[in-house]
Write a protein that binds this ligand. Structure first.
Ligand code: ADP
Ligand code: MG
Length: 289
């Protein structure tokens, strides 16, 4: 049976820009004790920009950026948008790529003018036999994500991409922590960059370098500790974790896959929606009893 009060609660949530697809999620929300937040596009704006281009000997900034943008043309990842925007601003013309592949949590690969290129994170390129001959620490120290560009086994350069946190993420996270909840940031990004963002957002616990398929496993492990867990995310890579969580919150500006996998959608994308949903849930559950 769907009590009248759940319908009232769902309506009240909608007024706050919180779309509840499953009435049950409204009742579960008041029992949450752990909130897992994706980094890119959830805590941050999801609109990263290129901050630095580091070149290997013999390479030039424009050629590194032009190759990277040509590779990213087929990707919808926020990091790809940053690189494509920078190339557009510099009015670089892009090459057409063949054999394009986007690899979740790793990066992109394609063939340009008969040569195989990769652009992605260090761990992936190293696993493909590329030796990392340039220093990325100046980039990670400031919270930028380093993307490594290779041709075959040769590193051509590093592009630093940085994203700012949403204006109200810190306040919303403080509200959740004040309510006694454990707040954890989860990301495929590397530890150093993730820590810098977590610090800005006021998050103490970080799970970094989590592959997309492992995000759901991390949520399950928390549940197996006896916790009641919310997952908040926006990306395709968050979808399994959103489905695994006791309550999944999708960012309304995120991907359709995330929205379909989550019980609740936060239309404006503000993390205040999580605390708001919990408050409405508490009021609703009281009325049911
Ligand atoms: P997040 O959890 O922050 O949303 P992802 O799991 O989507 O991150 O990506 C993790 C890492 O994989 C990125 O930080 C980046 O290093 C690499 N990566 C993923 N997609 C791309 C892409 N299109 N281009 C370059 N690197 C990528
Ligand atoms: Mg994301």
């Amino acid at each position: 049976a769907t009590p009248m009060s759940v319908m009232v609660g769902v309506g009240k949530a909608a007024e706050h820009g919180i779309l509840i697809r499953q009435g049950e999620a409204l009742q579960t929300s008041s029992t949450l004790d752990t909130i897992v937040l994706d980094k890119t596009g959830t805590i941050t704006e999801g609109k990263p920009a290129v901050t630095d281009i580091v070149c290997a000997d013999g390479q030039q900034e424009t050629s590194v950026l032009q190759l990277a943008a040509s590779l990213e043309r087929g990707s919808e990842h926020p990091l790809a948008m940053a690189i494509l925007n920078e190339a557009a601003q510099r009015q670089l013309s892009l090459e057409s790529a063949s054999q394009f592949q986007a690899l979740n949590g790793k990066g992109v690969t394609a063939t340009l003018a008969g040569k195989a290129y990769r652009l992605g994170n260090r761990r992936w390129l190293e696993s493909e036999g590329v030796s990392i001959t340039l220093d990325s620490q100046p980039l990670t120290d400031k919270g930028a994500t380093p993307l490594f560009l290779s041709e075959g086994n040769t590193l051509l350069g590093i592009i630093g991409v940085a994203d700012r946190i949403k204006d109200d993420s810190r306040a919303a996270i403080a509200r959740l922590k004040d309510a006694g909840l454990t707040v954890i940031m989860i990301t495929g990004d590397i530890e150093a960059s993730a820590r810098a963002i977590a610090k800005q957002a006021g998050v103490d616990e970080v799970m970094a370098e989590v592959l997309p398929e492992d995000k759901a496993k991390k949520v399950l492990a928390l549940q197996q500790e006896g916790r009641t867990v919310a997952m908040v995310g926006d990306g395709i890579n968050d979808a399994p974790a959103l489905a695994q969580a006791d309550v999944g919150f999708a960012i309304g500006t995120g991907t359709d896959v995330a929205i379909e996998s989550a019980a609740i959608t936060l239309m404006g994308g503000s993390l205040h929606g999580v605390a708001d949903a919990m408050a409405i849930s508490t009021a609703t559950v009281r009325n049911i009893k």
